[in-house]
Ligand binder design. Structure first.
Ligand code: AMP
Ligand code: MG
Length: 480
């Protein structure tokens, strides 16, 4: 056996437990694979020797070719509401699940490819992905992970040697993605729409086993599963809000059951605080604007609840009442996470709702840079960020009165939750433009910087600053 054959030991519990939602499929050949970036830390977590993954046989596995005997990749079926419109059949049009690996912590993780060729779910798509967007997913996923936000992560990006047709011809790539699972709200929508109660139950049981095993012993396991997903998503979106992250395409097929962030397409981080911020070129109505994200998450969870009703209770009225109570709890759970997170960002021992609300409004009105503000607050330099500093003074006096006595401890605690470095939009674009042209150095540097976001380092001031004044508003494109 070559090392690559023993490299990753794949299980296939998803394909075994819900075979009707797993279509066996083969990754497209890759003419000239070139490993662009390998996530050594993540490889170690998976228990794989990174050096072996870098060898040709390892790179072959990373693009889904030359897999260990008996491993059959599958395209996963799912439906989804895209910008509010239900699409009954989406699925992995250009992606494949290679299988599941038990990591060194004993956690089951999906290993999945994106850009691995057309599948029967491809509809009009070419099944391919371009280097820039795949590196973007790698970069933002690492930044989110370093910020302590649940997320899928990229193990590798491999250039294919092929050209991909987008607005222009771009170099192609395959992303290898690791996730707690790829179960989505849309997976449940697909199973529910099939009308086959056994498939739906098998899917829910698989989700319980993977993400909430305690629920199996509950009086109503499926209601418990729902409660767990609602709580996970409420916590997740609160964390997004607390770093100024805009996902950009919160369709139900991009909403996970695990509570991990998934699908870094048109996402971006705020500069100035503004709830109306939209980066995606196709989000004309602002459905997925920064400030709408909690409401949209709850809307997506309502769609999940609908699919689970037949499992929750045979009496639909009873099921609706129970599910509605869980769904309603989203608002409170979200508000608690957000209030506690805001308090921590401000150095307070406990939330102060009025102080927090007045701050968010002040930051919005004064167009203050989100990330810079919180770090400057700890450094006592925030005043200069305000066009009308006396408005800040009034607010700061109120905060001052609430601060714990040990100021050094306050500053240290704030600096542990307020990052210096996020993937600033202009830096991301510069890095991806260079990478697409063949120079990966700026990309690697940026990954390094955002992978250690809380520790201020000398010579990295450029990475901490917002985009230079006078730039056009940042726009992201879905054509990935
Ligand atoms: P996404 O916007 O990446 O969440 O994808 C939404 C849906 O479109 C999923 O069903 C994808 O598999 C599919 N899709 C996106 N891009 C392509 C592509 N280039 N080829 C085939 N299917 C695609
Ligand atoms: Mg998606």
């Amino acid at each position: 056996m070559t090392p690559a054959r023993t490299l990753l030991e794949f299980d296939d519990s998803y394909a075994r437990q819900v075979p009707s939602l797993a279509l066996p499929w083969t990754a497209a050949p890759v003419p000239a694979p070139e490993l662009l970036v390998l996530n050594e830390g993540l490889a170690a977590e998976l228990g794989v020797d990174a050096a072996v993954l870098r060898e040709p046989a390892g790179v072959s596995v990373l693009v889904g070719r030359e897999l260990p005997d008996g491993v059959t990749p599958v395209a996963q079926a799912y439906a989804g509401h895209q910008f509010g419109t239900y699409v009954p059949r989406l699925g992995d049009g250009r992606a494949l699940l290679l299988g599941e690996v038990i990591d060194v912590h004993g956690r089951r993780r999906d290993v999945h490819l994106k850009g691995s060729g057309r599948t029967p779910f491809a509809r009009g798509g070419d099944g391919l992905a371009a280097v820039g967007p795949m590196l973007r997913e790698y970069l933002v996923g690492e930044a989110m992970h370093a910020l302590g936000i649940p997320t899928t992560r990229a193990l590798a990006v491999v250039a294919t040697g092929e050209r991909v047709v987008r607005e222009s011809l771009l170099p192609g790539a395959v992303l290898c993605r690791v996730a707690a699972s790829h179960l989505r709200v849309g997976t449940f929508q697909y199973a529910a729409a099939s009308g086959d109660r056994d498939v739906l139950r098998a899917l829910a049981d698989h989700a319980i086993a993977r993400h909430h095993p305690e629920a199996a012993g509950a009086a109503n396991p499926y209601l418990e599963l729902y409660r767990h997903v609602v709580e996970a998503q409420a916590g997740l979106v609160a964390r997004w809000m607390l770093v100024g992250f805009v996902h950009g395409v919160m369709n139900t097929d991009n909403t996970t059951i695990s509570g991990e962030t998934i699908d870094y397409g048109p996402c971006a981080f705020l500069d100035a605080v503004d709830p109306a911020t939209v980066f995606s070129s196709i989000d004309h109505t602002g459905r997925y604007a920064y400030g709408n994200q909690p409401a949209i998450a709850q809307w997506n969870l309502a769609r999940l609840g609908e699919t689970l009703l037949p499992l929750i209770d045979g009496d639909v009225d009873v099921a609706v009442e129970a599910a509605t109570a869980v769904l309603t709890s989203f608002a409170e759970t979200y508000a608690r996470h957000h209030a506690e997170g805001t308090a921590a960002k401000l150095g307070l021992a406990a939330p102060d709702p009025d102080l927090a609300a007045d701050l968010w409004e002040l930051l919005r009105a004064q167009h203050v840079d989100f990330t810079t503000f919180f770090r400057s607050l700890a450094a006592d330099t925030a005043r200069s960020l305000f066009a009308e500093p006396e408005l800040f003074d009034a607010w700061a006096t109120r905060r001052e009165a609430l601060l714990p006595a040990d100021r050094a401890a306050v500053v240290a605690a704030m600096n542990r939750v307020n990052p210096v470095y996020i993937p600033r939009n202009h830096l991301v674009e510069e890095a991806l433009t260079a990478a697409t042209a063949g120079d990966l150095a700026p990309f690697r540097r940026l990954v390094d910087v955002v992978s250690d976001p809380y520790e201020q380092r000398p010579d990295l001031d450029d990475y901490a600053r917002p985009a230079p004044e006078g730039r056009d508003p940042y726009v992201t494109y879905c054509g990935t």
